[in-house]
Write a protein that binds this ligand. Structure first.
Ligand SMILES: [Zn+2]
Ligand SMILES: [Zn+2]
Ligand SMILES: [Zn+2]
Length: 168
């Protein structure tokens, strides 16, 4: 397969993140229009907040931010918006952190593999079918059928490993 394996790389601290947010929102609008589902104002805003950085966002933090700007953002409304974004593959749930991260390429459904920096919290995403096939094959040897794959690796991103290598 030749499709790209890196859905989202580590960007480093000094990139222009407003570009990431704009791209993510533009792709979300296109994907929703193609699928005939509605990216309401609230859903769009929640997605924008999930994308506020490359770190995962917890639902209750998003709720706090929305409350600050709109008193009517009741928890069920926000949870439903997150559910919608998750169902459409626009965000992923990071199970080990119970938090959400924006998907780098929501045009096709995929179960990602996530690299989580233990220092700065940045997350990169891979979608490598070889990894999935290998896991499925190993599971099948045990007569196990895989229904959901959660691959979350913890470590150090290039920024942070460079820093600790410099002795700071
Ligand atoms: Zn960015
Ligand atoms: Zn993804
Ligand atoms: Zn880091």
């Amino acid at each position: 397969m030749t499709d790209s394996v890196i859905v989202r790389a580590f960007h480093g601290e000094r990139h222009d993140h407003s570009g990431c947010i704009q791209d993510a929102l533009a792709v979300a609008e296109r994907v929703c229009a193609e699928r005939g589902v509605r990216l309401t104002k609230l859903r769009r805003r929640v997605l924008e907040l999930v994308w506020q950085s490359h770190r995962p966002q917890k639902a209750y933090d998003l709720l706090d931010l929305l409350r600050d700007e709109n008193q009517r953002a009741a928890p069920p409304t926000v949870y439903r918006a997150l559910e919608f974004l998750h169902d459409e593959g626009l965000i992923h749930r990071i199970e080990s952190l119970n938090a959400f991260i924006g998907c780098g390429d929501p045009t096709q459904p995929h179960g990602g593999q996530f690299l989580i920096c233990r220092h700065c919290g940045a997350i990169a995403e891979l979608s490598d079918s070889q990894i999935n096939e290998l896991m499925d094959a190993k599971a099948a040897e045990l007569g196990f059928q895989v229904r959901r794959r959660t691959v979350e690796l913890e470590g150090e991103c290039p920024d942070c490993s460079g820093r600790s290598g410099a002795g700071t």
